[in-house]
Design a protein around this ligand. Structure first.
Ligand code: FAD
Length: 307
């Protein structure tokens, strides 16, 4: 892959200011970790998305979707090829009792929009810091609600660059997973089926969830939220707490003293530090309780090359 050739070919299909070269991914991830993306692309139209996908497939250039970077850790060596961000797709609208949100809109904003429209069903998402696309990919959820409960359908681009409408049940949504990676879909827009409700009641639920979140989570430090999935029959946070791991760390990353399920970037951590803490937690919990903690967070990219 000749970088200059790729740049000039990308400039033929995209507006110039939609292409960033060697972009620091720590500026696009919640953990503030990670190396550079060779090409950081922010298309402005569906046609540009289609063109980029077709180009990448034709030229066999790897490409990676990035939402708000709130559930990924990018390794210190960064990501080769194209990183596609749909952050310019942020419109949210109402159609009957449905909320239709573009994939780069924050799911928090879709939840707030539903409140303004007096529509109930998206309250659970009021504090989840991902985009609509990332929330769908992860089947994000909190406090008893999840995307699966209210998604009706989504608009996607497939690996051939074609646009399709896909019904909620076709995404195999389950606890923090979907089949989007396996299918290779790029989510463009999601439609949520909601119900008419009362502003004050919807707001009271959202205020309560916000209070719970702010009092329990270490939101003052960069993190990627809960690192591990809930193991059947246990709570990850409780197992980590009972393993006396809170406050323990590697380099600048440590297990939060406020919420044991979070690992925080406390002091200029590297991705290697952060991943080492994840592994330390997994090994300790396994040795102490015999429980395997499965990561919820995704690790992308490659390690830094040693000089
Ligand atoms: C403080 C904090 C609190 C959190 N609380 C919660 C919580 O309560 N509940 C919860 O479920 N999660 C929570 N999370 C995790 C995270 O916010 C969610 O998983 C969110 O859905 C990820 O969305 P994102 O846009 O940040 O995706 P990213 O982290 O950028 O990406 C996640 C995955 O989605 C893929 N992806 C992103 N956009 C698209 C797209 N358009 N099409 C196809 N694939 C795409 C990416 O390739 C990647 O594999 C929390 C995170 C933090 C930092």
């Amino acid at each position: 892959m000749n970088k200059q050739t790729v740049i000039s070919e990308l400039q033929d299909i995209l507006a110039k200011d939609h292409i960033l070269i060697d972009e620091e991914l720590k500026n696009h991830t919640y953990t503030k970790l990670g190396g550079k993306a060779d090409f950081f692309i922010t298309p402005g139209t569906i046609e540009e998305v289609q063109e980029v996908i077709r180009y990448a497939i034709r030229k066999q250039i790897p490409f990676t979707l990035l939402g708000n970077g709130s559930n990924v850790i990018v390794r210190d060596g960064g990501i080769r090829g194209i990183v596609l961000s749909l952050k310019k797709f942020r419109a949210i609208r109402r159609e009957g009792n449905k909320v239709v949100a573009e994939s780069g809109a924050r799911i928090i904003d879709a939840s707030r929009f539903a409140l303004q429209e007096k529509l109930t069903g998206l309250e659970f998402a009021c504090g989840i810091p991902g985009t609509v696309g990332g929330a769908l990919y992860m089947n994000a959820g909190a406090y008893g609600g999840e995307i699966k409960d209210c998604l009706e359908h989504a608009l996607i681009v497939d690996r051939g660059g074609d646009v399709h409408q896909v019904l909620a049940e076709e995404f195999d949504l389950d606890y923090r997973t979907s089949n989007i990676a396996e299918k290779g879909y790029i989510v463009l827009e999601a439609t949520f089926q909601l119900k008419e409700g009362h502003y004050e009641e919807i707001k009271a639920v959202m205020d309560d969830l916000t209070f719970k979140r702010e009092s329990k989570q270490p939101l003052e430090y960069p993190s990627c939220g809960s690192v591990f999935k809930r193991p059947p029959g246990y709570f990850a946070g409780k197992l980590i707490q009972d393993s006396e791991l809170q406050g323990k760390g590697v380099g600048g990353a440590e297990v939060s003293t406020k919420h044991a399920g979070f690992i925080v970037n406390k002091d200029n951590a590297t991705a290697s530090d952060y991943i080492a803490v994840i592994e330390m937690v997994q090994q300790t919990v396994k040795a102490k309780f015999g429980v395997k903690l499965e990561r919820e967070v995704r690790i992308l990219g490659e390690d830094e090359e040693m000089a």
